[in-house]
Write a protein that binds this ligand. Structure first.
Ligand SMILES: [Zn+2]
Length: 271
């Protein structure tokens, strides 16, 4: 019995349809309970650590400048629900660009980053900011209730234990604090059309690709109130005309939650 890591309801190795057979042992499956896509079986924690270096390279290739507007829009959203600028934790802070922007806006910021290379880059960019170089789930018990906002962009899909991840995130927030998560959308038009060729099916990195329903439900079960549950075009890194086209497509797809990425804003219950 291997319960789905997102809905917990069904045996994912049985009650699911195979989306892609990765190799003789592994497959991506769509849970019949929640419509999320899960890699079965999941790698062990030890095996997952071997991919840290590759992930660092993947992130550094992206253009920081192109991401600045995208981060600014996410920070606006967080501030709206947090009711101000207090302590913000960026989980999977990569090279620290979002931290730099948030700090400039007046947030007190800290980051968590598993990759040594990325944590070093984040420290170079943010000289006076604390970057916790650790696995998020192995950290944070001493910091419960500390943060007004917690941001996790393109991180959730890499997590081996989604429920523990959300529980820890909720615990780190003060009552009323805000969690913002963005992750690939298993219910997206692209995922449905491309099937086994969906470009988010990366078995070395992506283990849980949730549906909107599954991610919202998981947050509610862990004591969070879902305020926003919508979809976006994804990384939002396109500029100029390409960016305008991506945002127009985003506006068309969002009402049916068919966009490439899920965007969820949730707040911790007041008591
Ligand atoms: Zn499920």
């Amino acid at each position: 019995m291997t319960p789905c890591g997102l809905c917990g309801a069904l045996d994912i190795s049985r009650a699911s349809a195979i989306i892609r057979q990765v190799d003789t042992a592994r497959s991506y499956r769509r849970c019949r309970g929640c419509s999320s896509i899960v890699l079965v079986p999941l790698p062990t924690v030890e095996a997952n650590e071997h991919f840290e270096g590759d992930r660092a390279a993947e992130h550094q290739e992206r253009s920081d400048n192109a991401r600045a507007g995208y981060f600014a829009r996410r920070l606006d959203l967080v501030e709206r629900y947090a009711g101000g600028r207090g302590r913000l934790l960026d989980v999977g802070c990569s090279t620290g660009l979002l931290l730099e922007q948030a700090h400039a806006l007046g947030w007190q910021v800290e980051g968590v980053e598993l990759s040594r290379a990325l944590a070093a880059a984040a420290r170079r960019r943010n000289a006076e900011v604390v970057i916790h170089e650790t696995d998020f789930l192995a950290w944070g018990e001493e910091a419960h209730g500390r943060y007004d906002a917690l941001v996790a962009l393109d991180v959730f899909e890499h997590v081996l234990e989604p429920r523990a991840f959300v529980a820890r995130a909720a615990a780190l927030l003060r009552p009323g604090g805000v969690l913002l998560v963005q992750t690939p959308n298993a219910g997206s038009l692209r995922a449905r059309l491309h099937g086994e060729r969906w470009n988010m099916l990366l078995p070395e990195y992506h283990f849980h690709l949730p549906s909107a329903r599954a991610l919202g439900g998981l947050m509610q079960r862990e004591g969070l109130a879902v305020r926003v549950l919508t979809t976006t075009s994804g990384s939002g890194s396109e500029r100029g005309l390409a960016g305008a086209m991506a945002r127009a497509k985003e506006a068309l797809l969002a009402p049916a939650r068919l966009g490439n990425a899920l965007l969820v804003v949730a707040t911790r219950h007041a008591s």
